[in-house]
Write a protein that binds this ligand. Sequence first.
Ligand SMILES: [Zn+2]
Ligand SMILES: [Zn+2]
Length: 370
Amino acid sequence: MPFMQNNPIISKENINRFLCENCGANMVFDPKSGQLACPYCGGTKAIEQSGGAIVERDYHSYLRPGTERLQPMAINAMQVTCETCGATVTFVPPETARNCDFCGGKIVAQPKSADPLVAPEGVLPFSVTTQIASTALKGWINSRWLAPNNLKVLAQPDKVGSVYIPYWTFDADTYSRYTGQRGEYYYETEHYEENGEQKSRQVRHTSWYGAAGAVSRHFDDLYIPATKSLLPDYVKHLSWEFNDLVPYEPAYLAGHKAQTYQVSLEDGFELFKQNATAIIYNDVRHDIGGDEQQVHNVETDYSNITFKHLLVPVYAGAYRYNNKVFQIVVNGRTGEVQGERPYSWLKIGCLTVVILVVLLIVFFIASASR
Ligand SMILES: [Zn+2]
Ligand SMILES: [Zn+2]
């Protein structure tokens, strides 16, 4: 969709450009200073916050037909889609996307104006620099025994891209009516014979009583990852201090990329409900009480549902080895590395030969000195 051409608010004056006041070059968001920085003259500029606090949006009114609240992440944002894995990333010129950060595939498609989407409300800006991420990655690679040599090639800063990944977060009040049964234990003395002797023992039984009632809960900021491009195991282990969120500004995108959500807002809400249901089930069991519980039916009303679209920073890279894609992710806030590693069968083969030769030498020395 030719968004820029059709949009009357776009003119040369109000596009999101971040130009250095000293030399006119494009500034980038600098994780070290938390400001815009000029890569050429070192000039810096604080990021102006145009809005106020991070707002929660009302879920139902957002989904109502005719509500047009989609917008690109920046007015002049561009996007490319990886033909290999399907991930779409947004960036601000002059940034380009040559390789896919998620699968390592070459991006051959021409960038186009970014599609409008649910605007991000909050962002955790990068605080780990490319250098620190690269050093962490080198450390990780060097601690991997018997890894192929081309794993080391990946540890170069230009092989790993800085990309914000999308999350949804939901708030809601729930009211759940339930029916079930409460089990209470009681014990009976049972007499039996063993080896001709009369003995007795306590045997546990359960009485079941019908139970019904209601539980309510307020869910605050349940986070749902909206990316499918990172390995689920990595996403599970990415930990974020969401208290440090700041309101989104396009300036945070300067020099970095942002992935377009792959889980829609509606699908995100369904995932939220799945997580919430598990928690509500626990509440119901607790409410039923007794020694054991059976839950037959739970009906939950959700109200005051609000959501936010958030961006969190990672350095991501991928490479192919023996036709398999290996992904490496560095947390852009903590520098923590997660990665899969291949084994080099050549190195393992060489090591095996060396061990055999050493064993043979030891054997010969031992038998010669006998
Ligand atoms: Zn400059
Ligand atoms: Zn890809």
